[in-house]
Structures are given as structure tokens and as C-alpha cells.
Design a protein around this ligand. Sequence first.
Ligand SMILES: C[S@@+](CC[C@H](N)C(=O)[O-])C[C@H]1O[C@@H](n2cnc3c(N)ncnc32)[C@H](O)[C@@H]1O
Length: 264
Amino acid sequence: MTVREALDAAVPAIEAAGCDTPRLDAEVLIADALGVDRALLHSDPNRAIAGAEARVISAGIRRRVAREPVAYIIGRRGFRHVDLVVDSRALIPRPETELLVEVALELPDGARVHEVGTGSGAVALALLDERPDLAVSASDASPPAAQLARLNAKRLGLPLTVDVVTGLPEGEWDLVIANLPYVRQDEWDGLQPEIRGYEPREALVSGADGLDAIRSLVADTPSGTRLALEHAPAQAEAVRALLRAAQTRHDLSGRERVTVGLAG
Ligand SMILES: C[S@@+](CC[C@H](N)C(=O)[O-])C[C@H]1O[C@@H](n2cnc3c(N)ncnc32)[C@H](O)[C@@H]1O
């Protein structure tokens, strides 16, 4: 089998399963199985695929046809300048969450930042990678997620401490950042199969209006502490109402995505 033949078989299979980006998915899975850059698939479509490689490709395509996210299949996801290990222990970091990192990048030298609900560690690690002068720590209510964040910190050689805590740990922070669960309970059944079937529900859903975790974090945060909270665009007004001097930032799609303000 050649690269072209593998693509010709994979793309229609993934498309028939209802995936949004079948060609991209097939290319990523095949390139990953071959250990090459995606560009090589185009420059060398007649490259022969060995038996062992073909088996890895078939297994990956089967998983994608079952709607498993590509990031879980290859076990990696890039976020800003870091490459993270991702698996079912934590949410796959989303591009819009980079906005939380951007808010924290504005801090002065040596500022203390804590991330609540770190998941894979994406936000805290991307921040430490770009601003080693900051004192960054992180926590998550989920022990498996904290374990994954610690693994990523170790692989990246970044000095991130990750504690297992629900809500905000004891401490003093110049900025608390959080992408906590904010999906409404009644939204869950309508989410894509990639999310419902594979990502941890407790990382996504938070009560009837999706704001339980955010409300509880704001209530637990010492008065006057600055918070930067990711939320759904439709929740922006409700989140502003929880904070003092609140201002909402827009993501790359122009939607209200992160609100910054003071607790208490
Ligand atoms: C939406 S995921 C975000 C993960 C990661 N920060 C990211 O952006 O990719 C939310 C994370 O918050 C954690 N979590 C949920 N409720 C929490 C709480 N009350 N306190 C601390 N962590 C919580 C979940 O375990 C999950 O890892």
C-alpha cells in the first residue's frame, strides 16, 4: 500500500462516519503512524507503507470512525508553544483557551498566578514556557487530571506544582485563572459524539446554567483578588455580574470568552 492508497481509503471512511474534517484527520493519523510530517504525504504520495505501519493506520482510522478525537488517538495536542500528552484523564485543550494565557502574559515580572482546573496543564504550562519569571502553580479536583498535568510538566521540564484541590487552594495570588466546566446540563446530549463519548463529563458540565463551578470559585476567592474566567459567550453577562470592575475579552472568533475582574 502507498500513502495515496491509504488516504484514498481513509478519507471516505472518516467522512461517512460524519466527521467534520476527514482529509485533515486522515493526514494527521497517517503521518503520525509513519512518524513523518504531514507535508511529506503530499511530496511523496507513492511512499510505500510497511505492514506494521498499515496496522497502526487501520487501528487509528477505526478509532476515528468511532468518533474518538484525533488528539486522543495520537495522544498529543499542541497548545501555544508546548506539545502536551493528552488522554481521557483530561479535556483536550481548545484554541479559545489561549486567551487565558494572553491575559496572564500581561502580568508584571514575578507575579503569582494560580490556575484552578488545570486538566492536562495546558494553560499553566504554556504560561510558564513563555514567562519563566512568573510564579505559576495549578490544581484540579480530579486526581487523574492532576497526574496528567504533572506528567506534562515533567516531560516539558517546567517547574509546575499541581495539587488535587476542589476550588481554590490556600494562598495569595496576583491572578487566579480558570477554564472550569461551563456547559449546561441540558446541553450535554446535543454535544458532538467526540465530546460525549470520550471527554470527561465532569470537566465540562456544571449545573443547570453551567455556572455552578464558576460561582463557587468566585465565592471562595479572597476579596480583591483578580480572576480571569473562561466561559461560554452567552454567559458573559452573568459572569461579569459575579465580579467587580469586570471586563470581558473576545476570542479569535470575536465571541465574549474570558472575563477578568475582582472577587468580592
Ligand atoms: C474545562 S476543563 C479545563 C481543563 C484545562 N484547564 C484546559 O483548559 O484545557 C475543567 C477542569 O476543571 C476541573 N474541575 C472541575 N470542577 C472543579 C473545581 N470545582 N475545582 C477544581 N477543578 C475543577 C476538571 O476536573 C477539569 O480538569
